[in-house]
Ligand binder design. Sequence first.
Ligand SMILES: CC(C)(COP(=O)(O)OP(=O)(O)OC[C@H]1O[C@@H](n2cnc3c(N)ncnc32)[C@H](O)[C@@H]1OP(=O)(O)O)[C@@H](O)C(=O)NCCC(=O)NCCS
Length: 205
Amino acid sequence: MTKKPRGAIRLAQAPDAQAILDIYAPYITDTAITFVSTLPTVEEIQKTMVDIKKRYPYLVCTIGDEVVGFAYANRARPHEAYRWNAELSVYIDAGYQGRGIATALYTALFQILKAQGFCNLYAVITLPNDPSIALHKHFGFKELATHRADGYKMGAWRDVLWMLYRVEGVASPEVHGPPTPLSKLRPNEIETALSMATALLSGAQ
Ligand SMILES: CC(C)(COP(=O)(O)OP(=O)(O)OC[C@H]1O[C@@H](n2cnc3c(N)ncnc32)[C@H](O)[C@@H]1OP(=O)(O)O)[C@@H](O)C(=O)NCCC(=O)NCCS
């Protein structure tokens, strides 16, 4: 693998939407890695970002001024009983893969999600995708099930692997209630997670 770059992990902001779209677009148009088939507009990315950030972390990795990757958590399923669950997404610019960027993004994402009180973190992976499976195993995810021919994209039925990371030692929902929305988390908890992840990137020079 190539030398890891200098960079920073921070919360995504509205002006990052164009760069996020630029990273995401080839996966939409040229692959079945995502089952999204229609390119969103920059405004749609911004709206989704605002919605997600009310409850979940939405992070970017920057190198200099350039956004080179993003990761976020989102609602897994709508019912109240699933409030302790989140589904993760991570996309790295093709030119920046294999440099520890997803690792840094996930390190911060995990720390924030744990501080919020989430219990079940899911990765939903269209097969084949060895890099994504390896990344998630690296972070302790276990394979749950493969849904055969679960989605049809780019002229073929696609198998989808569900992986789960179960957060150990989570407090009882009766005592602590549902996860704290991101907007209500103490800023220093977010800052600590972002600094730790940023140090991972810069410490790897
Ligand atoms: C999967 C993806 C997010 C990994 O991002 P990345 O920044 O390249 O990953 P990292 O450099 O942090 O590597 C983290 C771990 O993932 C694994 N990994 C990453 N790339 C890999 C590859 N090409 N082959 C095998 N394992 C790989 C390794 O276990 C690695 O840990 P190690 O370096 O200690 O061995 C990236 O390849 C990507 O954006 N792919 C396209 C989008 C995608 O598939 N997103 C996930 C949808 S479910």
